[in-house]
Write a protein that binds this ligand. Structure first.
Ligand code: FEO
Ligand code: CA
Ligand code: CA
Length: 834
């Protein structure tokens, strides 16, 4: 409470009316008093964003023997959704026993410190300018209430930061008024007794350290103490993030080694190096907390966990126990060992995390002769393995998988951790004698309960097998079956959705057996693949055995049953006639509209001859440094609206939210969205909407776009942009002419309205990085972002980035780069982006 020190009123005896309710008498009194006072003490002070008060109003009439106080607020004002508004009242004269702010009109807001002179609230999300009214009252020692009012007009949310310029600097840049904290770096210890990271290649025990290549990420609020979820927890939480891959060279003192040949040519890897590289993959669960000054992770938290390619897994859903999952490790096909190349994620409303296996195929060795051992090139298993990119080598020793793990000769001859990367048929008996089926154990969506470190992750086979980028759930509406949207990231692959068999029940969000809730929604339902038509319509085609061409009579691939369809989702999509897309990456659902967005990052194999309405560009993007990128060099972001706005729909309409392009490229056929220096981007990948628990996820939500680029990197490092998108159909049609390789071809696409200032660059990362992984606290005031593989083109003797060691300033000597999670906060404590 703010009590002026220069109060001048003295005590008078007399009849005291103790009716302190607001009434005509008091109002009359105030009106009289106001006319007498031309100036009043006190005033407004600027705080975090917008500060408003009302006109003065005063109590105490000279004809009334009682003492009242004089209260004032200030002028009415205007702000936009998401801003922190400070209401400052003043007791200009008199002795007050209490003051209070109260809302009298407009959408209800929560007033913090309402019983003091300075109350604050967050401007609510609105679709159009909306006025909120408030009163400030002061009660005198004689019990008289004096009251004044003020109003605040709130306009719809808008991006309120200055765009960050494109940059090639080796640092994370954010807008003025924002700060970056490096939170969790490659090698950081997550258990007591694990030493600090030396970062010279000597470190071991990555099962108790942060892994490499931070990717998809979710924040889960934790209760103030203990290990239970708190959906509103803004200061203590679990951060769960993927470690997609490794920058191998930096993990060892002098880079990776092998004996008897190069790693890619049959060389044998040391067991210790291979173990370290495997453990650098997977997922981290770490406890984090915010003190008065900054976020940090809790190195010795009992909730910390690393999940790696060694962690036991359980199979769930229709493929569990299938013959194709049986291996020497899992002879009944119900268990698995680990997860790998975990790219994007999914945040389930029942507080579990989905991690998705993307480029898993490259880790496997498949020796020459295996095709014959499986019955020749037309045998079903060979058709399947080929469709997923697991081809046999030209001879027995040329390739041991990406990092040569299959070559390791372990100290313990019974240890199959390395042999499991060899999918060559070797046993004379069935698949339980070798690891010929190990590749079928990957390519799944995996559900993790981060609140139970002892829980076994479940591979959710009902969602199909592919190069899973992410898996995000759409809106959950009681009584409606929820949908889960997924991209299969490879050139010319498809967009999928899974619709649960079970309608949503809100009570499931707080259930304590979280993986059982996962069983309920993720183990049975219908998987669909998208077909996008030139007229802007589209269909979800069901991957259901026995329907359409998905039968044993199919000549491309005779499907045996539903498990066979799910294991071979790509083949099912092929025969159903799904639309080949320009590398479907992340999906994100607008929490206000339910519309689904999907990044199509780029496609170097898109040609002028095969462009179509939903993938309409093939062109040349020249580099200032020489060379060029061709095809759909810069990618685009597509979006679709389900028919009837329901997740259960089997049809939709689509358009393209924005096309990536350098602002220097042809505005007629390439830079179709009219991007300029403030928002031009290339290769959209990460995609995420603000949470509905704060104004970045309501009415006009903020969408975040992260890039993983190789085409525009002559001009800028990868970046994060913020957008407030419109709706499917807010633009129109556009004829686009692709010219490439001597061919010219025109198609008509559907394009959203030009983003203009509703799309803006928020962050640029350090050298050679990808920006990926993004989530926030429920209040939207702490934004977590991952910086993946800075300096990835260098090595121990050629360090090309010293980030994050140099985030606080230049370092004297180069420091090996480390993939890291950062936290972005606004210096005034406000909501990020608004
Ligand atoms: Fe791991 Fe498709 O990005
Ligand atoms: Ca990605
Ligand atoms: Ca990518």
């Amino acid at each position: 409470m703010k009590i002026p020190t220069n109060m001048t009123m003295a005590y008078h005896d007399g009849d005291i009316d103790t009716n302190t309710s607001a009434n005509p008498h008091l109002n009359d009194l105030i009106a009289v008093r106001y006319s007498r006072r031309q100036t009043l003490m006190g005033g407004l002070s600027a705080a975090t964003a917008a500060v408003f008060g009302g006109m003065l109003l005063a109590g105490c009439d000279e004809d009334d023997p009682r003492r009242a106080v004089t209260v004032q607020a200030g002028a009415s004002g205007a702000t936009s959704a998401g801003k922190t508004v400070t209401l400052t009242g003043t007791v200009a004269s008199g002795s007050a026993t209490g003051v209070a702010w109260a809302q009298t009109g407009g959408p209800a807001v929560t007033l913090a410190n309402a019983n003091t002179a300075t109350a604050t609230f967050t401007a609510p999300s609105v679709a159009a300018d909306t006025t909120l009214t408030f009163t400030f009252t002061g009660t005198s020692t004689d019990g008289i209430r004096s009251e004044t009012s003020t109003s605040v007009t709130v306009s719809p949310a808008r991006l309120d930061f200055t765009a960050v310029p494109k940059s090639l600097a080796d640092v994370v840049s954010v807008p003025t008024g924002y700060s970056v904290t490096v939170l969790y770096r490659l090698g950081d210890p997550i258990a007591s007794g694990v030493g600090a990271y030396a970062n010279d290649g000597s470190d071991t025990n990555f099962a108790r350290r942060a892994g490499d290549h931070h990717d998809g990420m979710s924040y889960f609020g934790l209760a103030a103490t203990g290990s239970t979820p708190d959906a509103n927890g803004n200061t203590r939480g679990l951060l769960v993030l993927n470690h997609e891959n490794i920058t191998q060279a930096y993990l060892h003192p002098n880079g990776a080694t092998s004996t008897g040949g190069a790693i890619g040519a049959g060389g044998v890897r040391p067991e210790s190096e291979a173990l370290k590289e495997m453990e650098c993959h997977g997922v981290s669960v770490i406890e984090i907390s915010r003190s008065a000054t900054a976020w940090s992770y809790v190195p010795a938290s009992a909730l910390n966990r690393r999940i790696t390619p060694l962690t036991p897994m359980s199979f769930s859903g229709p493929v569990r126990g299938n013959a194709l999952l049986r291996t020497r490790y899992s002879t009944d096909g119900t268990a698995g060992r680990g997860t790998i190349n975990n790219c994007a994620n999914g945040t389930m409303p029942w507080h579990t995390y989905l991690t998705n296996e993307e480029n898993w195929a490259g880790y496997f060795r498949r020796q020459f002769g295996d095709v014959a051992a499986r019955g020749g090139s037309t045998a079903k298993q060979n058709v399947s393995l080929a469709r997923y990119g697991i081809r046999e080598t030209a001879n027995a020793t040329t390739f041991n998988g990406n990092y040569g793990w299959a070559s390791v000769v372990p100290a313990d001859a019974a240890n199959t951790l390395y042999a499991r990367w060899n999918v060559t048929t070797t046993a004379a008996t069935d698949a339980t004698g070798d690891f010929r089926n190990e590749a079928f154990q990957y390519g799944w969506v995996v559900e993790i309960d981060p609140f139970d470190p002892a829980s076994t992750p479940r591979k959710r086979t009902a969602l199909g097998r592919m190069n899973h980028e992410g898996c995000e759930i759409g809106r959950t509406i009681a009584g409606v079956k929820p949908a889960f949207y997924m991209g299969d990231d490879a050139q010319n692959e498809y967009i999928y959705k899974f619709v649960s068999a079970t309608p949503w029940s809100a009570a499931d969000a707080t259930a304590t057996n979280r993986l059982a809730i996962g069983d309920k929604y993720l183990d049975s339902g219908t998987l669909y693949v998208a077909k996008l038509n030139a007229d802007g319509s589209g269909q979800w085609l069901p991957l259901v055995f026995g329907q359409g061409p998905l039968t044993s009579a199919n000549t491309t691939y005779p499907f045996a049953d539903q498990a066979d369809v799910l294991i071979n989702a790509r083949l099912a999509g092929d025969v159903l006639g799904a639309t080949k897309m320009d590398r479907p990456e992340w999906t994100a659902v607008n929490p206000a509209t339910g519309e689904m967005y999907c990044t199509l990052t780029n496609n170097s194999s898109r040609t002028a001859a095969n462009v179509d309405a939903s993938n309409p560009r093939a062109y040349t993007d020249p580099k200032t440094t020489g060379g060029q990128t061709t095809g759909n060099a810069n990618g685009h972001v597509i979006r679709l609206r389900e028919t009837g706005d329901t997740s259960e729909a089997t049809a939709f309409t689509w358009d393209i939210y924005a096309f990536g392009a350098g602002s220097d490229l042809d505005a007629t056929n390439i830079n179709l969205s009219g991007l300029d220096a403030t928002n031009d981007f290339s290769s959209p990948d990460g995609l995420w909407f603000g949470l509905p628990s704060n104004p970045t996820g309501n009415v006009t939500p903020v969408m975040w776009i992260e890039t993983d680029d190789g085409a525009y990197t002559d001009v800028t490092n990868c970046m994060l942009l913020a957008a407030i998108p419109g709706r499917v159909g807010d633009g129109g049609t556009r004829a686009v002419t692709s010219t490439l390789g001597g061919t010219s071809n025109t198609v008509t696409t559907r394009i959203g309205k030009a983003p203009a200032t509703t799309l803006r660059r928020f962050l640029v990362g350090p050298k050679e990085c990808e920006i990926t992984g993004i989530h926030s606290t429920p209040d939207g005031r702490s934004l977590f972002v991952n910086i993946q593989h800075p300096g990835e083109n260098g090595g121990p003797t050629n360090i090309t980035s010293s980030w994050p060691a140099n985030q606080a300033g230049a370092v004297a000597t180069p420091s090996r780069p480390r993939s890291s999670t950062i936290v972005i906060t606004k210096n005034d404590g406000g909501i990020i982006g608004l």
